[in-house]
Unconditional design. Structure first.
Length: 178
């Protein structure tokens, strides 16, 4: 019998000072059995960093043909493709052909190696890459509850995330902006 996803609920008070975007989000997150809490929380953070009309959490690890988060237009075109982790250059290239904008958020402890091995190939692609330190992804995971009330405030290249289990400031490095 297949293991079912774990369902989490998140109520998020989002304040994006950079874009002047403020929203109250209610997310239902299905954590795939092979998805870590760190990845799930980075997925939520990427959602918040790119929040806009039409943004959706996808099936994620359940469907390898989809990104972790995306924005689709009314005519089903992909306006924004957000991948997490360390995708291959081939996957990112394919995403750039399918979507108008592509963003990748890397967060694993081996992220530096992945970037150094692939930076040259990625530089030829119309995609943006960001690196979130592993320690900060771990700190985000410590905020997890099955039902979460989170406050996310974004300024510059950092986000302040507060919840019932504590608070963390996440600072990301822009590896390539397009």
């Amino acid at each position: 019998m297949a293991i079912k996803p774990t369902i989490y609920k998140a109520r998020i008070a989002l304040s994006d000072m950079e874009r002047g975007y403020y929203d109250a989000l209610n997310l239902t997150i299905a954590q795939h059995p092979s998805e870590t809490l760190e990845r799930m929380m980075v997925r939520i953070l990427a959602y918040c960093l790119n929040a806009q009309e039409g943004i959706e959490l996808t099936k994620g690890l359940e469907d390898v043909e989809e990104p972790a988060v995306w924005v689709r237009t009314m005519d089903e075109q992909i306006a924004l493709w957000i991948d997490l982790g360390e995708p291959t250059p081939e996957r990112v290239k394919k995403a750039t052909h399918r979507a108008k904008k592509v963003c990748v958020y890397s967060f694993n402890s081996k992220s530096d190696v992945w970037w150094s091995q692939n930076a040259n190939k990625f530089s030829q692609l119309d995609a943006s890459f960001y690196r979130i330190p592993w320690e900060e992804a771990e700190a985000l995971a410590a905020l997890v509850n099955r039902t979460m009330d989170l406050s996310v405030t974004i300024t510059g290249d950092s986000a302040y995330v507060a919840g019932d289990n504590g608070e963390v400031e996440v600072q990301w490095e822009v590896l390539q902006a397009r």
